[in-house]
Design a protein around this ligand. Structure first.
Ligand code: CU
Length: 411
């Protein structure tokens, strides 16, 4: 039994990385024949999006097009990203991202500015995926306020498609809930909408697109439209010395940086239910291993991790090496001391949040990763690094023993 990825289904940049890391098995089938079976020259003149269904089964087995052939047409690129050419889309990444969204205080209200826009997001150093990001980043910048604060979010839609903004886990007034067709009209490209509410209750919440209608919410989330919204309690003492927020997302990467949630012929943005879900890129705070920013801790500290599954579908059993943690909050709500589970795996379904805390009593550089190991192989690993710990000094080389000489290796 092997946990290796069948790399022939992966886009080229991912495949090369995984092969290099020994996490994928080399495929005999030419990659180009498999990575984008739905887009090739024969379709160049198809009549646009209407009736454009997935499953061009008749084309299986071709393989004539080149490695760089993008799985989309110029029309589709324009429709999904608002740009005529890939080269025109701004590249954004950790260098331009902010962890926390700044605000201005006016008449006792904390005012934030959020813009949804199309970018090429650098999910790993030098590698990009088409994305829709709040303020151009994945995840969107963390909004952090105190319980009871009055907040006003001025939101602008610079996407080529209508959208909306929902406050997940917050008790907002009905008209502020961001559900298009129910609480408000969808926000059209170029339009703005002002959300205003009292931040409550305290806890790990998040914000995400609710689509332009119920049928494309998953597409918009898969394109990257989600971010943390942390409401700190107004009273009570902090139980931890240090904290971090971890937003989990999933994407469908194709050739040429294509994000197949909005591109290719999945029909994702045309009709509800057409959205495919062949996720092959699982990000932690918008990045994949080894380019995920590590959580740096110090021996003796008690630390909190706020885990948010902002993905639209997958379930992630997140596992910490070398420590036992306590689940201190579920969906943002405190768990009483006597009811706290002590775990080393916590499983997050879509939309769930878990706050975990542990004492840093075992110096090292430890993995925190998804134990659905295909997800780990495709990026879902983060390091918890103790300050001052040297990996090289303690890494032990493997040695062979006489009795096993000539052993052929088992499975
Ligand atoms: Cu997972």
């Amino acid at each position: 039994m092997s946990n290796k990825i069948d790399s022939k289904t992966l886009p080229d940049p991912l495949r090369r990385r995984l092969l290099a890391a020994g996490l994928a098995s080399a495929a005999a089938v030419p990659l180009t024949a498999m990575a984008s079976p739905h887009r090739h020259g024969g379709h160049a003149g198809h009549g646009g999006s209407q009736g454009h269904q997935h499953g061009h089964g008749g084309h299986a087995g071709h393989g004539a097009h080149g490695a760089e052939a993008p799985p989309y047409t110029a029309d589709e690129l324009k429709q999904a990203m608002g740009y005529d050419r890939l080269e025109d889309i701004p590249v954004r990444g950790p260098a331009t991202a902010v962890d926390r969204l700044p605000f201005t205080e006016r008449d006792g209200v904390k005012e934030f500015e959020l813009t949804a826009e199309a970018v090429l997001w650098e999910y790993a150093d030098g590698q990009t995926v088409m994305a829709w990001g709040y303020n151009g980043q994945l995840p969107g910048p963390e909004i952090r306020v105190t319980e009871g604060d009055r907040v006003r979010i001025r939101f602008t839609n610079k996407l080529p498609q209508p959208t909306s903004l929902h406050w997940h886990g917050l008790h907002v007034p009905f008209a502020m809930d961001g559900v298009p067709g129910l609480t408000q009209e969808p926000i059209q490209p170029g339009q703005s909408f002002v959300y205003e509410f009292e931040a409550k209750p305290a806890g790990t919440r998040f914000y995400h697109s609710h689509g332009s209608h119920h049928g494309d919410e998953s597409v918009q989330i898969d394109m990257g439209l989600a971010g943390a919204f942390i409401v700190e309690p107004r009273e009570g003492e902090r139980s931890y010395d240090r904290e971090m927020t971890l937003v989990i997302s999933e994407h469908q990467l194709g050739e040429g940086s294509a994000n197949l949630s909005a591109l290719g012929d999945h029909g994702a943005h045309h009709a509800g239910g057409e959205h495919s879900s062949n996720y092959n890129l699982f990000t932690l705070n918008g990045r994949i291993y080894p380019d995920v920013k590590p959580f740096k801790v110090r021996e003796g500290e008690r630390v909190r991790m706020r885990l948010i599954n902002a993905g639209s579908m997958s379930i992630h059993p997140m596992h910490l090496h070398g420590h036992t943690f306590e689940i201190v909050a579920i969906d943002g709500n405190d768990v009483p001391d006597v009811a706290r589970q002590r775990r080393d795996v916590v499983t997050l379904a879509s939309g769930e949040r878990f706050d975990i805390e542990f004492v840093c009593d075992n110096p090292g550089v430890w993995l925190f990763h998804c134990h659905e190991l295909h997800h780990a192989a495709m990026g879902m690993i983060m390091l918890v690094e103790y300050e001052g710990f040297e990996v090289g000094a303690s890494a032990q080389p493997a040695t062979s023993t006489g009795g096993h000489r000539g052993h052929r290796g088992h499975h």
